[in-house]
Design a protein around this ligand. Structure first.
Ligand code: CP
Ligand code: NVA
Length: 329
């Protein structure tokens, strides 16, 4: 695997070997950190810009800690703290930051923006989430699955909920590339876009993967190894869509019934943040308005023994370290 100088924008850009290479590198970097080995020399003296046009806990902290562990410095630009898009175009911003920084992380709205930033920056650009994709999350997710199952190929991976946004898209592509059986189990309004499904079916022919779209929870979850979900309304979407989403996606909540169809050792995953109780402002508002005390996953499953969501969250840091090291180190 040689990714030096490359951008990390979407999973379609990478071969199965490169994706597996990043997963294995992340596992190695995690083991090194657990053993207390210093990684300071890996990116010593490099400067990294972190641009966030949407909020973040995991992605921002992962980039910062990963950079510090490897001896790099970071500048964080928050959604209101720069001229980007308001007074200065992405192309101009890219050319300015590219003169100062060795690598740039970008979280924002349209995928075209991060692609444009990469086109002009002259240094590696890493996608920290767009409406269409969330590639750094993919390395963490696959790494977590590999830790728990010892392999990726041949596993049945079921995605429930809003499968037509960043998480559903990226997971479908990643599973197709890695020879997994991907199922989008949801209301057909939320199936991934037909063109992307077709592209993934072509990839699947080469890798032995399969792509299934179904509205049937029992068939979808039957013998699943992993059941995955994400929020029903994503960052940047208007509040008005909540009532429609709740009506459309409630049958696809990850709960004990969904897991009753899965394998005995099946795991629950979620990129987080998750609405599984009333301990958030939005969770409470939704309860007041719609009378439901959880959304995409029940508290029982989220807190239960099948849930590996906090391993997954920790692995964001190790996998982002792998992405930065592979492209910059
Ligand atoms: N999973 C994830 O990207 O989390 P943040 O929005 O907190 O970065
Ligand atoms: N689909 C979610 C993912 C958050 C990590 C969002 O875009 O808000």
């Amino acid at each position: 695997m040689n990714l030096k100088g490359k951008h990390f924008l979407k999973m379609l850009d990478f071969s199965p070997e490169e994706i597996n290479g990043l997963v294995d590198l992340a596992l190695k970097l995690k083991a090194e950190k657990k053993q207390g080995k210093s990684q300071k020399s890996y990116l010593e003296g490099k400067n990294i810009a972190l641009i966030f046009e949407k909020t973040s806990t995991r992605t921002r902290c992962s980039f910062e800690v990963a950079a510090y562990d490897m001896g790099a410095n970071v500048t964080y630009l928050d959604p209101s703290g720069s001229q980007i898009g308001k007074k200065e175009s992405i192309a101009d911003t890219a050319r300015v930051l590219g003169r100062m920084y060795d690598g740039i992380e970008y979280r924002g709205f349209e995928q075209t923006k991060v692609e444009n930033l990469a086109k002009y920056a002259g240094v590696p650009v890493w996608n920290g989430l767009t409406n269409e994709s969330h590639p750094t999350q993919m390395i963490a997710d696959m790494m977590t699955i590999k830790e728990h199952f010892g392999k990726l190929e041949g596993l049945k991976f079921v995605y429930m909920g809003d499968a037509r946004y960043n998480m559903g898209n990226s997971l479908m592509v990643t599973c197709a590339k890695l020879g997994m059986d991907f199922v989008a189990c949801t209301n057909k309004k939320y199936f991934p876009e037909a063109a992307l499904v077709k592209q993934c079916e072509e990839i699947a022919k080469q890798t032995g993967a399969s792509i299934t779209l179904t509205e049937d929870v029992e068939a979808g979850c039957k013998d699943a190894d992993v059941i995955y979900t994400d929020v029903w309304v994503s960052m940047g979407e208007p509040d008005e869509v909540w009532s429609e989403r709740i009506a459309d996606l409630s049958p696809y909540q990850v709960n004990a019934k969904a897991f009753s169809y899965a394998k005995a050792n099946a795991k629950f995953m979620h990129c987080l943040p998750a609405f599984h109780d009333l301990k958030t402002t939005i969770g409470q508002e939704i309860y007041d308005k719609f009378g439901i005390d959880c959304m995409e996953v029940t508290d029982e499953i989220f807190e239960g023994e099948r849930s590996i969501v906090f391993d997954e969250a920790e692995n964001r840091m190790h996998s982002i370290k792998a992405v930065m090291y592979a492209t910059l180190g």
